[in-house]
Write a protein that binds this ligand. Structure first.
Ligand code: HEC
Length: 100
Protein backbone atom coordinates (compact mmCIF):
# COMPACT_ATOMS: atom_id res chain seq x y z
CA UNK A 1 0.00 0.00 0.00
CA UNK A 2 1.37 3.43 -0.90
CA UNK A 3 1.78 6.23 1.61
CA UNK A 4 -0.93 8.18 -0.18
CA UNK A 5 -3.35 5.32 0.34
CA UNK A 6 -2.43 5.08 4.01
CA UNK A 7 -2.97 8.80 4.48
CA UNK A 8 -6.28 8.57 2.63
CA UNK A 9 -7.47 5.77 4.89
CA UNK A 10 -6.43 7.62 8.03
CA UNK A 11 -8.26 10.71 6.81
CA UNK A 12 -11.33 8.59 6.09
CA UNK A 13 -11.29 7.10 9.57
CA UNK A 14 -11.02 10.51 11.18
CA UNK A 15 -13.92 11.78 9.07
CA UNK A 16 -16.13 8.98 10.27
CA UNK A 17 -16.19 7.12 6.99
CA UNK A 18 -15.01 4.03 8.85
CA UNK A 19 -13.65 1.32 6.63
CA UNK A 20 -15.46 2.51 3.54
CA UNK A 21 -12.36 2.35 1.36
CA UNK A 22 -14.45 1.34 -1.62
CA UNK A 23 -16.69 4.38 -1.36
CA UNK A 24 -13.67 6.67 -1.00
CA UNK A 25 -11.96 5.18 -4.02
CA UNK A 26 -15.02 5.51 -6.26
CA UNK A 27 -15.66 9.02 -4.99
CA UNK A 28 -12.11 10.12 -5.80
CA UNK A 29 -12.27 8.57 -9.27
CA UNK A 30 -15.79 9.48 -10.37
CA UNK A 31 -17.24 12.25 -8.23
CA UNK A 32 -14.49 14.54 -6.94
CA UNK A 33 -13.99 16.20 -10.31
CA UNK A 34 -17.41 17.88 -10.03
CA UNK A 35 -18.15 17.82 -6.30
CA UNK A 36 -14.68 18.63 -4.90
CA UNK A 37 -12.11 16.38 -3.26
CA UNK A 38 -13.61 16.95 0.18
CA UNK A 39 -17.24 16.99 -1.08
CA UNK A 40 -17.20 20.74 -0.55
CA UNK A 41 -18.67 21.43 -3.99
CA UNK A 42 -17.07 22.96 -7.06
CA UNK A 43 -18.03 24.89 -10.14
CA UNK A 44 -19.56 21.80 -11.74
CA UNK A 45 -21.46 20.37 -8.78
CA UNK A 46 -23.06 21.25 -5.42
CA UNK A 47 -21.55 20.28 -2.06
CA UNK A 48 -22.29 16.75 -0.83
CA UNK A 49 -21.82 17.67 2.82
CA UNK A 50 -22.98 20.46 5.12
CA UNK A 51 -26.35 21.63 6.47
CA UNK A 52 -28.24 21.82 3.19
CA UNK A 53 -27.13 18.36 2.05
CA UNK A 54 -27.90 17.01 5.52
CA UNK A 55 -31.37 18.52 5.55
CA UNK A 56 -32.20 16.79 2.27
CA UNK A 57 -30.62 13.38 2.81
CA UNK A 58 -30.09 12.62 6.52
CA UNK A 59 -31.69 9.28 7.32
CA UNK A 60 -32.56 8.60 3.68
CA UNK A 61 -29.77 6.30 2.67
CA UNK A 62 -31.90 4.18 0.32
CA UNK A 63 -33.24 7.23 -1.51
CA UNK A 64 -29.75 8.68 -1.78
CA UNK A 65 -28.42 5.42 -3.18
CA UNK A 66 -31.15 5.40 -5.84
CA UNK A 67 -30.54 9.06 -6.69
CA UNK A 68 -26.83 8.37 -7.17
CA UNK A 69 -27.36 5.21 -9.17
CA UNK A 70 -29.88 6.81 -11.53
CA UNK A 71 -28.35 10.24 -12.04
CA UNK A 72 -24.64 10.24 -11.17
CA UNK A 73 -21.95 10.71 -12.32
CA UNK A 74 -23.86 13.37 -14.21
CA UNK A 75 -21.75 12.91 -17.34
CA UNK A 76 -22.34 9.12 -17.29
CA UNK A 77 -25.56 8.33 -15.40
CA UNK A 78 -26.41 4.69 -14.86
CA UNK A 79 -22.80 3.55 -15.06
CA UNK A 80 -22.40 2.67 -11.37
CA UNK A 81 -23.23 -0.76 -9.99
CA UNK A 82 -25.76 -1.02 -7.17
CA UNK A 83 -22.92 -1.97 -4.86
CA UNK A 84 -20.94 1.13 -5.76
CA UNK A 85 -24.00 3.32 -5.19
CA UNK A 86 -24.48 1.76 -1.74
CA UNK A 87 -20.86 2.45 -0.83
CA UNK A 88 -21.18 6.06 -2.01
CA UNK A 89 -24.42 6.69 -0.14
CA UNK A 90 -22.84 5.31 3.03
CA UNK A 91 -19.78 7.48 2.48
CA UNK A 92 -21.75 10.69 2.01
CA UNK A 93 -24.01 10.11 5.00
CA UNK A 94 -21.16 8.93 7.21
CA UNK A 95 -19.13 11.93 6.28
CA UNK A 96 -21.81 14.52 6.93
CA UNK A 97 -22.64 12.95 10.27
CA UNK A 98 -19.08 13.09 11.54
CA UNK A 99 -18.99 14.47 15.02
CA UNK A 100 -22.70 13.92 15.64
C1 HEC B 1 -19.97 15.95 -14.47
C2 HEC B 1 -20.12 16.48 -13.14
C3 HEC B 1 -20.60 15.55 -12.04
C4 HEC B 1 -20.08 14.34 -11.66
C5 HEC B 1 -18.89 13.59 -12.27
C6 HEC B 1 -20.86 13.90 -10.53
N1 HEC B 1 -21.85 14.81 -10.25
FE1 HEC B 1 -23.23 14.68 -8.74
N2 HEC B 1 -24.11 16.41 -9.40
C7 HEC B 1 -23.64 17.20 -10.43
C8 HEC B 1 -24.54 18.33 -10.60
C9 HEC B 1 -24.38 19.45 -11.63
C10 HEC B 1 -25.56 18.18 -9.63
C11 HEC B 1 -26.79 19.11 -9.40
C12 HEC B 1 -27.78 18.93 -10.52
C13 HEC B 1 -28.39 17.59 -10.48
O1 HEC B 1 -28.93 17.22 -9.44
O2 HEC B 1 -28.29 16.85 -11.46
C14 HEC B 1 -25.26 16.96 -8.89
C15 HEC B 1 -26.02 16.49 -7.84
C16 HEC B 1 -25.68 15.40 -7.04
C17 HEC B 1 -26.41 14.95 -5.88
C18 HEC B 1 -27.65 15.61 -5.30
C19 HEC B 1 -27.18 16.67 -4.31
C20 HEC B 1 -28.29 17.26 -3.47
O3 HEC B 1 -28.02 18.28 -2.82
O4 HEC B 1 -29.39 16.73 -3.44
C21 HEC B 1 -25.75 13.87 -5.38
C22 HEC B 1 -26.12 13.06 -4.15
C23 HEC B 1 -24.63 13.63 -6.25
N3 HEC B 1 -24.60 14.57 -7.24
C24 HEC B 1 -23.73 12.60 -6.07
C25 HEC B 1 -22.70 12.30 -6.96
C26 HEC B 1 -21.84 11.15 -6.83
C27 HEC B 1 -21.91 10.14 -5.68
C28 HEC B 1 -21.00 11.17 -7.89
C29 HEC B 1 -19.92 10.14 -8.25
C30 HEC B 1 -20.43 8.82 -8.59
C31 HEC B 1 -21.31 12.34 -8.68
N4 HEC B 1 -22.35 13.00 -8.08
C32 HEC B 1 -20.65 12.71 -9.85
C33 HEC B 1 -22.51 16.98 -11.19
C34 HEC B 1 -21.72 15.84 -11.15
Amino acid sequence: MSWMAVIGLLAAASLGAGDNAEGLKIYAERCAVCHGRAMEGAEEGPPLTGPSFDATWRGKRAALRERIRRSMPQDQPGSLTGRQAIALAALLLGRSSSGH
